[in-house]
Design a protein around this ligand. Structure first.
Ligand SMILES: Nc1ncnc2c1ncn2[C@@H]1O[C@H](COP(=O)(O)OP(=O)(O)OP(=O)(O)O)[C@@H](O)[C@H]1O
Length: 722
């Protein structure tokens, strides 16, 4: 075995040397050709090709590839070693295998989809399905041109027929810094299927915590850009994420994959930038405080709570009916008379509005009708018997034209919205029978907000929709593809609205219902989203393997899911074992001392990122101050945070969603802080599943009952011996 390893290592060292030589030769050649800056079109095209080549070569110069797959295509009788890297580079003569194959190329999919076995494997090429035999699957780690590791995960004929997880486990065991990173060398078959799924489908992905949802979505964008170069462009793709700190956390992956320019935003920022509203947006902290800082039981979350109602398709339909109703009554109920004795009958104006300009959106129709009236006035003015009469009529017409325009409704989203909630000045243009469909409590609270000129995040989909109904969606507002991360916190209305902006229902929608801690506004079942699309336009995937945490942590978290959340979806761990989950009672010690001591223990173990997770923001702030005073260097993560610095942090559990840390300490894992409701259990589940290698839960009073049941073998009680 040792001998085989030696020869594999030597073989790869030789191949690396040869590759580097070829890369250096090509680079020298292309950089020695002076950059063409002239106007000759053919020369410009050639120069663009050379520049692309220079860039590819400089990208692979240090770490040219990460994998090798030996494949014999059926009927060729020739087994070829394929080297797979982040960027593909051809040999200069194009005669043989490429020097490095791009991981997104069809043939490279075999590297990911092949799960072992003696039988033939296949991949889909543009020419059809290609069959053949895989002989070797090898992971290769190269850093700064030095071969560091060679690990065969499949070798035909050896006594290990299935693809082994050894290399994956090695990668997962590494400590994390402050940014999410790419996984091109270890993408798993189930993830690869999602990454390479067809473009014009709304993909809905339910994935357990740590199953790689965010990572997979980012790799999918890189794939789509490669596979559909002609149809999609990076600046027309957008990722919606829950907050700006999360966007910062994921910001390294796309550049690592050689992808730039993709738009990244929160839904609110995107909506606000489109609406250009002159209002105060209620502080989201208020809503978070209302739901997360409360004492005692959570109020019942029905479909009538404002967040759920305003995110429902019911509400979307109500808004559409309002606009349809308004369309019928838009043209003022009167003839237009520019001066006494001259009349443009309403019937004529209606004909323009209802027939000729019907294809235009409402605001445009009004604009067109008013412009037409203006032209009509000008024509009529020409018929005046004298210049003086003409002048007199012109003056009158101008005033009457303005007055007439004012009789039309204002197609401005906020004004329309205020009308719907009876919070606008002047008479309402919305009939009461439509308004009656809105729950009384929602009517009341929204009207109160709007009278103060306050808009909440939950109102933004409605405002954007009203904007869309009365105005056109312009070309530059459209998307080629939309990614929605933490989609369980999105509403059906938000998805249906975004669908109006995206071509071909091209969505990647990812989330985890077990982490649905914002249930007061998010979805409770994925069908709420899938039913928005025709069957042939949506697809559903479930990711059940969790890559983030050790087996012990996953098993412990699974118990919380099963017993606390009563969820049927539990995570399957990768075989990576670590320390047991530690449960520590504060005991005689003060809470602050115990938490400080716990943090110090984990810092001393050289973990790069350690976090204390509290139940509320209020508690996080207080603990942060205490630790700082005690000389511990920690960061506080609150909802205004724009950047994630890594290191040691204190944060409320609801802000930890999406992030991960080498070690996590859950402060106050007791019944006073986490009750018996499934919502409490979800919060605790989110906190626990942030940990990669170590998880400690500290408590000052009784622990929640669902915490320890059936996870006894993965739990250690008390402090480690010093
Ligand atoms: N195939 C893989 N190879 C190596 N690491 C992986 C793989 N898939 C996921 N990971 C790692 O697992 C961790 C979790 O990934 P990610 O944050 O994308 O998961 P998630 O499903 O979005 O999690 P959550 O829902 O808990 O936020 C990351 O550290 C990621 O690098």
């Amino acid at each position: 075995m040792e001998e085989t390893f030696q020869s594999a290592y030597q073989e790869e060292e030789q191949r690396l040397k040869n590759t580097m030589k070829e890369v250096d030769r090509q680079l020298a050649k292309f950089t020695s050709i002076p950059v063409y800056t002239g106007h000759d079109f053919t020369e410009q095209v050639l120069e663009a090709g050379r520049e692309e080549r220079r860039q590819r070569l400089s990208k692979i110069v240090n770490e040219p590839y990460f994998g090798r797959l030996d494949f014999e295509e059926q009927g060729t009788n020739q087994m070829k070693p394929l080297y797979i890297g982040k960027v593909g580079v051809d040999r200069e003569d194009y005669t043989d295998q490429p020097l490095v194959i791009d991981w997104r190329a069809p043939i490279a999919s075999l590297f990911y989809s092949f799960t072992g076995g003696e039988g033939p494997a296949e991949y889909e090429s543009p020419e059809g399905v290609v069959e053949g035999l895989v002989y070797l699957k090898r992971n290769i780690v190269i850093r700064q041109q030095i071969l560091e590791r060679v690990a065969d995960t499949y070798n035909r004929g050896s006594d290990q027929p299935a693809v082994s997880d050894e290399f994956l486990v090695y990668r997962l065991g590494e400590n994390k810094d402050n940014k999410l990173r790419d996984i091109v060398s270890t993408i798993q078959a189930e993830q690869d299927r999602i990454i390479r799924a067809a473009r014009n489908t709304a993909l809905i992905i339910q994935g357990v915590a740590g199953s790689g949802k965010t990572t997979v979505a980012l790799h999918r964008l890189a794939f789509l850009l490669y596979q559909y170069k002609e149809q999609v462009s990076a600046d027309k793709m957008i990722i919606f994420a829950p907050n700006n700190m999360f966007l910062d956390y994921i910001s390294n992956v796309l550049p690592e994959l050689g992808v730039g320019d993709i738009q990244q935003s929160t839904f609110s920022d995107w909506a606000l930038q489109m609406l250009n509203l002159d209002v105060r947006l209620a502080d989201t902290a208020e809503t978070l405080e209302y739901w997360f800082e409360r004492e005692g039981e959570l109020p019942e979350i029905t479909d009538e709570v404002p967040g759920r109602f305003k995110g429902s398709m019911r509400f979307m339909d109500i808004l559409r009916s309002c606009i349809e109703q308004m369309e019928m009554t838009s043209v003022p109920d009167m003839d237009f008379s520019p001066w006494d004795g001259k009349v443009l009958p309403r019937a004529e104006i209606m004909k323009w509005f209802d027939e000729e300009y019907k294809p235009y959106p409402l605001a445009k129709r009004k604009e067109r009708v008013m412009a037409r009236i203006h032209r009509w006035i000008e024509m009529e003015l020409k018929k005046a018997p004298s210049a003086a009469v003409q002048k007199e009529r012109k003056k009158k017409a101008s005033a009457r034209e303005k007055a007439y325009a004012n009789k039309w409704p204002k197609y401005e989203p906020l004004t329309l919205y205020k009308h719907i909630f009876k919070a606008a000045k002047g008479g309402s243009v919305i009939p009461d029978e439509i308004r009656k469909q809105i729950p009384q409590s929602v009517m009341k609270s929204t009207a109160a907000d709007l009278k103060q000129n306050v808009v909440r995040e939950e109102d933004l989909p409605a405002l954007v929709y009203l904007h869309v109904l009365v105005n056109e969606i312009s070309g530059e507002q459209r998307f080629d593809h939309v990614v929605i991360d933490e989609a369980q916190d999105f509403s059906p209305f938000q998805i249906a609205l975004l669908d109006l902006f995206v071509k071909g229902h091209s969505f990647t929608i990812l989330g985890d219902l077990s982490q649905g801690i914002h249930a007061y506004r998010g979805v409770h079942r994925w069908e709420e989203m899938s039913q928005l699309f025709a069957e042939e336009h949506n697809d559903y995937f479930a990711l059940t393997r969790s890559y983030r945490s050790t087996m012990e942590i996953i098993e412990f978290a699974n118990t919380i899911l099963e017993k606390g959340v009563q969820s049927g979806i539990t995570a399957v761990p990768v075989f990576r074992s670590g320390d047991g989950v530690r449960l520590i009672d504060y005991g005689e010690d003060s809470r602050k001392n115990a938490l400080q001591r716990a943090m110090q223990h984990l810092i001393d173990k050289d973990y790069r990122t350690v976090s204390i997770v509290t139940r509320t923001l209020h508690e996080a702030k207080a603990l942060y101050e205490e630790l700082k005073t005690a000389g511990v260097e920690v960061n506080l993560i609150d909802d205004g945070k724009k950047q994630y610095e890594g290191g040691y942090s204190v944060l409320p559990v609801y802000l930890s969603k999406g992030l991960e840390f080498d070690a996590v300490i859950v402060a106050d894992a007791d019944q006073d802080h986490y009750g018996n409701s499934s919502w409490d259990a979800k919060l605790l589940y989110v906190g626990c599943t942030r940990a990669l290698h170590e998880l400690w839960l500290m408590n000052g009073s009784e622990r929640p009952v669902y915490m320890e049941q059936e996870a006894k073998e993965v739990v250690i009680h008390g402090w480690p011996s010093e």
